[in-house]
Design a protein. Sequence first.
Length: 217
Amino acid sequence: MNPKEATDKVVGKVRSNRTVILIILGLLFIITCLIGMLTAADKVEVVEAASVPEVAKIQEADVATIVEEVGSKEQPDNKTTCEFSKKVPKAVRQWRDLIGKYAQKFGLECNLIAAIITQESGGNPNAYSSSGAVGLMQVMPSDGLSYQLFGNMFQDRPTTQELYDPETNILTGCRIFSTKLKENDGDTRLALMAYGPMDNKAFYARTVLGYYRKFNK
């Protein structure tokens, strides 16, 4: 092989290698661009995903604020929720605001609670029965004679002294009667029998319902 042929052969190899190198560099450039695009797309998705909960939180806060504002505006005045007839005894009618407040709280009829109080105590907040029941709605307390006769049966109730407070008494009485009403599928007569004295349930329910009908006429 003469020098010229040798030179041409070397030049050809160099050109061939340069072409390969250029191809490799081109491929590396393309791969780098693709990686950059994929990374950018991932960042966009992360930002969007992160922003969704924040938007949801803002929306929930706005809704909660609106509901709170509407609720506060629509909250009825307890002093006007119970309109007793003139047939309700004056001694009972004086507790109208408290009856209205807790009848509303437990979803009860005001005149029915008035009828129970009429039968139980006649409106006397200091009424006390031979079985240990106390106050306007004659609630059995957690202590005193009630405890001596029935043990821990009424341990979740207020004490005797606490039940002499008209508000505590009406609150507790309404809560108890509401529970009895639910336990008896909304049957008022059965709920009254469960609420009243143990020795004459039927008579008690009949008497209270009689007052109730009288008040509603």
